[in-house]
Write a protein of this length. Structure first.
Length: 440
């Protein structure tokens, strides 16, 4: 970092561009704008840009009031014009990193961002990648590519990696109070990135290299995926043994050391947990290493929707009914509570499996109110009318938002499949639960 960069940051004259205004980019842009920086959000979506410039947020964690105030005071603006990047002293990349059909890293969005940046790069600008990716991406796709164009690191540009840690719907942990890992291609690049994040984040955690920063994010999420798979497998075993897994977990969690509580469910969803382990697995294979734990955990977690449908069939059989002649209501399509995100949601797979079994399937979700099913048809949520619940032969509880009263849903339901222990031991006479009650 050059002396003038520190001065620009301290006096808030450094201009920041955030590339990608989704659930990672918009909260980051708002945080920097609130701290007094002039922030431009670049996004190729005309609709998203128009929404933000109208002072409206399309991210549930960011109130529209905050966006409106920052837009009105010209601290935040959104654009589809890539030439505005020429004015940026700091560029932060927050673009998607999906998988290809063959479950390999899809680098199109990062590569496209870098093509745009290299054509509009201001001399001495800092480029920070926040998108989750495999170790080596920042060095190979950002730094080395720019150096091949004749640019010099720490002179013509600076480069760093800082993994996003956004947890959509989490009101406790925000951009400000979630520790931020930062690694630079060089010490100067790391110092530059640490300095800018210090302005909005309580605790910045510098690490030695960008590869360590990249690996740390994959370690975090793969750790979670593996442990969820383990507890999902324990839940299925507990069913075979006629043991209540939920009470078992609560008992084990009383140990004050050496145990970390994870709970089973219908599968894993969201952009991170289902996909990030595959980035690590791909990198392992490219280094001639087979990551058995990662592969096994993916298989277990992917099997959960099918297991849920099997439990649904048993619950209906207990009532003397078959799946093919039954009306089923899925409660919650979003992958977690209090958000509208459907990405990789296991509820989508459960819906597909049920419809392929010829069941009549509706869903209720106050946040994710519509989706396109496997036959490319648009499905709409039924309204939140509790007395309508009684119309269904089976209600499957998948995700319950705070504005959905699970007790009222259960009261009106004829039969229930509880996949996350929403009800505990209440309504036991009509409830089948994931993790116990195997002997139907």
């Amino acid at each position: 970092m050059k002396p003038q960069h520190k001065v620009q940051i301290e006096n808030r004259t450094a201009k920041i561009t955030i590339m990608g205004l989704g659930y990672v980019g918009l909260p980051l842009a708002v945080s920097f704008a609130k701290a007094g920086f002039s922030v431009t959000g670049y996004d190729p979506s005309d609709k998203k840009v128009a929404t933000i410039n109208a002072g409206t947020s399309d991210i549930s964690d960011i109130p529209s009031e905050s966006v409106n105030e920052l837009v009105a005071t010209k601290k935040l603006t959104a654009t589809t014009d890539e030439t505005t990047i020429k004015q940026a002293d700091i560029i932060i990349i927050c673009v998607p990193t999906p998988l290809t059909a063959s479950f390999e890293p899809d680098m199109r969005f990062i590569e496209s961002a870098m093509t745009t940046i290299s054509a509009n790069l201001k001399e001495g600008a800092l480029i920070v990648l926040e998108s989750t990716t495999y170790p080596g991406t920042t060095r190979e796709v950002i730094s080395q590519d720019l150096e091949k164009q004749g640019l010099r690191i720490d002179t013509d540009f600076f480069a760093a990696y800082s993994p996003e840690r956004v947890d959509p719907g989490n009101k406790r942990f925000t951009v400000q109070n979630t520790p931020k890992v930062v690694g630079g291609i060089t010490e100067a690049s790391k110092d530059y990135a640490v300095n800018i994040y210090d302005q909005i984040i309580n605790q910045v955690v510098p690490v030695s290299t960008t590869e360590i920063a990249e690996m740390s994010k994959l370690l975090e999420n793969t750790f979670r995926s593996v442990n969820i798979a383990f507890i999902n497998e324990m839940a299925m075993l507990a069913e075979k043994l006629d043991i209540n897994i939920w009470e078992t977990i609560d008992a084990a969690a009383t140990k004050p050391f050496g145990f970390m509580k994870f709970t089973p469910g219908p599968g894993i969803g969201g952009h991170c947990i289902p996909l990030d382990p595959m980035y690590l697995s791909w990198k392992a294979k490219s280094s001639n290493f087979f990551s058995r734990f990662i592969e096994l955990s993916q298989n277990v977690n992917k099997s959960m929707p099918e297991h849920v449908v099997g439990k649904a069939m048993m619950a209906l059989n207990k009532e003397g009914k078959s799946l093919t002649t039954s009306k089923v209501l899925l409660v919650g399509m979003a992958y977690k509570e209090n958000i509208s995100d459907l990405r990789e949601s296991p509820a989508l797979d459960i819906h597909t499996l049920l419809t392929k079994q010829k069941a009549s399937v509706d869903f209720l979700d106050t946040r994710a109110t519509s989706f396109i099913d496997h036959e490319k048809e648009i499905k709409q949520s039924i309204p939140l009318e509790y007395d309508r619940i009684a119309e269904y032969d089976l209600v499957i509880l998948l995700t319950c938002h705070e504005d959905m009263d699970v007790t009222k849903i259960a009261t009106n339901a004829r039969a229930i499949l509880d996949t996350k222990n929403f009800l505990g031991r209440t309504f036991a006479d009509k409830t089948t639960a994931l993790g116990f009650d195997a002997n139907l």
